[in-house]
Design a protein around this ligand. Structure first.
Ligand SMILES: *Cc1c(COP(=O)(O)O)cnc(C)c1O
Length: 460
């Protein structure tokens, strides 16, 4: 059927009830939560668009696979099954499971941080990636094209590296001081925006010329491959798997939060192309941090479910519905003149909080103010991706400014319907109609690292 948005390529077998609350109740709940929806109970949320991380629905095949989990501490059958799938997708020689994406980061990043004053360069670091770079004593620099910061203007690959800036940064800092080049696909923090194959190839060429290791932070590598197929010439007739394999061939190390394109509720992975020494160092490090290298913090049954999920996430039917669902919500908001990052990306619609509430300065967190009002109006939980999340500069201790003060409406995989998204759009419309009344926020409690998760705030 040729419809404007592709219908769900599945039918519903199990349901989980959700409940609406009243506006009065939500005003009280939000106040008790310190104006930070991260600290709300999920039962007090009607439609939860906080994250797409581990919040998706598993398929009947995944639930079936759970029963086949082998819970052996060492050498589990489920490990070998998962390893087979990861090696097939990546063509890499080595694989280690970890409990989630940040588990992979804490194992690998310190091993690449060979001395003081090292820098990692990414198109855009995800927040936990940046935190692990800084915990290792290094610095994280983002190097994405300018178009990424211009939410209004269409660009098919807003996650692309700025290649001139990349070369300049390497020359300026010295190749020996660069711990790695991290390709974040898709670029989560700026709208789930894809990186083109041409840009990945050009980035790899530069990194190879300077002998700098290349990492793929590939939580959403399948969504990135889908965008390449849709938008990049020469890829129309390739399969998602072929595009993914071409992508992995460009890098040395693959870190993944399997809670995204692994279609699983928990899990992560490290895959290494052929660096034996790095693999051995990771195997030693993973034991005290995550667990023995054949389980790395995962149960046998979770490894089984992930082995199936990784393959389902490469199915084109699944991906085209997923990306269309995000586009549907984006189109609805755009039709109401609500400013969003355009085009919509892979996993979320990002509302431009700076354009939405220009009267609130960056260090009073305009996007957080919108997130809070959306919860009050509709019971929908979104999340701020802006200066609250970015935190403070590790050297100057000042709040970090960014043109991207975003509200992320993150769509869990295979979970909500179009009617749910209509509730989100109507809620956002109410917030937008009364946007002049939105107020900035200040801290009553500010944690030192990853402050957005547990901070307490109050309206000014
Ligand atoms: C989610 C995510 C991570 C971290 O993974 P967790 O499973 O949440 O620990 C790293 N990088 C990117 C791009 C992500 O989206």
């Amino acid at each position: 059927m040729d419809t404007k948005y592709k219908a769900e390529p599945y039918r519903i077998k199990v349901v989980e009830p959700i409940k609406e609350t009243t506006k009065e109740k939500r005003i009280e709940l939000l106040q008790n939560a310190g104006y930070n929806p991260f600290t709300l109970r999920s039962e007090d949320v009607y439609i939860d668009l906080l994250t797409d991380s581990g919040t998706g629905a598993m398929s009947d095949k995944q639930w079936g696979a759970l029963m086949q989990g082998d819970e052996a501490y060492a050498g589990s059958r489920s490990f070998y099954r998962l390893e087979g799938v990861v090696k097939h997708i990546t063509n890499y020689k080595h694989f280690i499971p970890v409990h989630q994406g940040r588990g992979a980061e804490q194992v690998v990043i310190p091993l690449l941080t060979k001395h003081d004053k090292m820098t990692f360069i990414s198109n855009m670091h995800f927040d936990t990636t940046k935190a692990h770079v800084e915990l290792a004593g290094a610095r994280a620099i983002d190097c994405v094209i300018e178009a990424c910061y211009d939410t209004k203007t269409y660009h098919p690959f807003k996650g692309n590296f700025d290649l001139d800036k990349l070369k300049h940064l390497i020359e300026e800092r010295g190749a020996d001081n660069i711990g790695g080049i991290i390709m974040t696909i898709t670029n989560n923090s700026a709208g789930g925006q894809p990186v083109s194959m041409a840009n990945l190839k050009a980035t790899a060429k530069i990194a190879n010329a300077y002998h700098i290791p290349i990492l793929i932070d590939g939580a959403r590598y399948a969504e990135n491959a889908y965008f390449i197929k849709q938008r990049e010439k020469g890829y129309e007739d390739k399969s998602i798997l072929e595009i993914a394999q071409e992508t992995f061939a460009l890098a040395d190390i693959f870190l993944m939060s399997a809670k995204k394109d692994g279609l699983s509720n928990i899990g992560g992975l490290i895959a290494i192309k052929d660096d034996e020494a790095l693999f051995q160092a990771c195997q030693s490090r993973v034991v005290p941090l995550e667990g023995f290298p054949t389980y790395g913090g995962m149960t046998g049954r979770d490894m089984e479910a992930l082995a199936v999920g990784l393959q389902e996430a490469l199915e084109e039917d699944y991906l085209s519905h997923r990306i269309d669902q995000v586009r549907y919500l984006g189109d609805r908001l755009k039709a109401m003149n609500i400013p969003i990052q355009w085009p919509t990306g892979g996993h979320a619609v990002f509302v431009d909080g700076k354009a939405f509430a220009p009267h609130i300065p960056f260090d009073q967190f305009p996007a957080q103010s919108i997130v809070n009002q959306l919860y009050i109006e509709s019971g929908v939980r979104a999340v701020e991706i802006g200066s609250l999340l970015l935190g403070r500069d590790p050297d100057t201790k000042e709040n970090i400014d960014t043109p991207l003060q975003l509200v992320r409406l993150t769509i869990p995989r295979r979970t909500y319907t179009q009617n749910h998204l209509d509730v989100v759009a109507e809620g956002m419309k109410k917030v937008y109609q009364n946007r002049e009344q939105l107020k900035g926020l200040s801290f009553t409690y500010e944690p030192k690292i990853l402050r957005h998760f547990t901070a307490k705030l109050k309206p000014l």
